[in-house]
Design a protein around this ligand. Structure first.
Ligand SMILES: Cc1cc2nc3c(=O)[nH]c(=O)nc-3n(C[C@H](O)[C@H](O)[C@H](O)COP(=O)(O)O)c2cc1C
Ligand SMILES: [Fe+2]
Ligand SMILES: [Fe+2]
Length: 387
């Protein structure tokens, strides 16, 4: 179990979920996911978000243990997505005196999810406002569209803790020993990636605060070296590549395009490419492929022609990139077709709708199986990618 101690008066009350098949019905989470929730104990007691309905029982047990017979005064709702908001009604009914703290956009959404009368229990906070708890005070900052419109973060002034909502979140249950960046990056680009400008706006607000600890809604509590995490978020949200290298994504039906993609990897490595990562879009985790496309500064898309178009997993990959606001990269193409290869033209048509993409020529066109002329063109493409 990772260290979830925060301080004498702030207690972790979240839960790990290691049995979920797909997070948000889309993302494989081999090491599970955590739904973080916190309790601040002071003259007034505040619960920082609830958890997914999948963890209701464990969360209520943790909450009751931490309360030790006391009753909470506030529930702070930083985000209405059900993985955090799932138990709002249950906890509101259990503690009828407790007030619910949100912003102007929180409550209309709450009424869509839950059937309860909160008219005399609502506390609506605005940008920069503070909620006094005693020695502790929570200051709220709106983080619209990181990654829902009602998201807000809270800065606890006495202990200098940022409760960052889904920001700085990571896949993986808390007892997982793994590199933070890999699963945080996959989380970021797939879930938040579209909203780089909004994350930049939030980072700007955060830069004015003295932050000693970050308590996100998923993944480990960040206590040290915060500049590292904030730096990565700055890189990611500004759509700058994080690493020099080439990501090769291939979509192959019978394996010939796959073989050519692997050959291109060999050629690039022989020419001294800094790093070459490769993925089989039909079989590997799509979210990981999206992550790698954002991580590196150059991408090569290799695709078999299928019914006069792209093989569907490539279409899907490019649609995901487009939806996540993919930009500022160099891209090359390789296509395959037995009678009328058009995959490169189709891929380019999608990529040309993205911002700041430099297309690297030449296109490699294979007609069924790669031949010497194709290898020659791959050499030229490799040189152009490394130039
Ligand atoms: C269902 C299906 C549809 C295809 N449609 C086209 C097509 O429209 N145009 C074309 O040139 N080749 C088409 N092909 C042929 C493949 O693109 C070609 O054989 C290619 O070499 C496959 O590469 P792979 O071995 O990487 O799958 C199709 C193949 C299949 C199985
Ligand atoms: Fe969320
Ligand atoms: Fe979440």
């Amino acid at each position: 179990m990772k260290d979830v101690t925060i301080s004498d008066s702030i207690v972790y009350i979240g839960a790990d979920d290691k049995t979920i098949d797909l997070f948000e019905s889309q993302y494989v989470v081999p090491n599970g996911v955590s739904y973080n929730s916190y309790l601040i104990l002071d003259d007034k007691i505040a619960i920082m978000d609830t958890v997914d309905p999948r963890a209701t029982e464990e969360w209520f047990a943790n909450l009751e243990k931490a309360l030790d017979g006391k009753t909470p005064d506030y529930l702070i709702v930083s985000h209405m997505e059900p993985d955090h908001a799932g138990n709002i009604q249950a906890v509101a009914e259990k503690y009828p005196e407790m007030k619910i703290v949100g912003n102007a956009k929180t409550f209309p959404m709450m009424a869509q999810f839950f059937d309860m009368d909160l008219s005399d229990r609502k506390v609506v906070v605005k940008e920069g406002e503070t909620l006094e708890l005693g020695n502790h005070a929570l200051q709220f900052f709106m983080a619209p569209l990181v990654h829902w419109p009602e998201v807000m973060v809270a800065y606890e002034q006495s202990e200098k803790i940022l409760f960052s909502a889904d920001g700085f979140g990571k896949f993986g249950a808390l007892d997982t020993e793994e590199d933070w960046a890999c699963e945080a990056r996959r989380y970021y680009f797939n879930i938040v990636g579209k909203y780089g400008a909004q994350v930049q706006a939030l980072l700007k607000k955060a830069s004015g605060l003295d932050i000693q600890m970050i308590c996100p809604l998923h993944g480990p509590i960040l206590k040290e070296n915060l500049g590292y995490y904030i730096g990565l978020y700055d890189t990611w949200s500004s759509y700058k590549p994080e690493s020099e290298g080439i990501f090769i994504a291939y979509a192959s039906i019978h394996g010939n395009t796959a073989k050519a993609a692997k050959k291109l990897k060999e050629i690039l490595e022989a020419k001294g490419a800094p790093k070459v990562s490769i993925a089989d879009l039909a079989r590997d985790d799509m979210a990981e492929a999206i992550e790698d496309a954002f991580r590196y500064d150059r991408v090569v898309c290799c695709c078999a022609t299928y019914d006069g178009g792209m093989f569907p997993c490539m279409e899907d990959f490019l649609a995901h990139l487009k939806a996540k606001n993919y930009q500022k990269r160099k891209m090359g193409f390789m296509e395959n077709g037995s009678w009328g290869p058009v995959a490169a033209k189709k891929m380019k048509a999608v990529v040309e709708t993205m911002k700041d993409i430099t297309i690297v020529d030449p296109v490699v066109t294979i007609r069924s199986t790669m031949n010497d002329a194709n290898i020659q063109t791959m050499e030229e493409l490799a040189d152009a990618l490394l130039a």
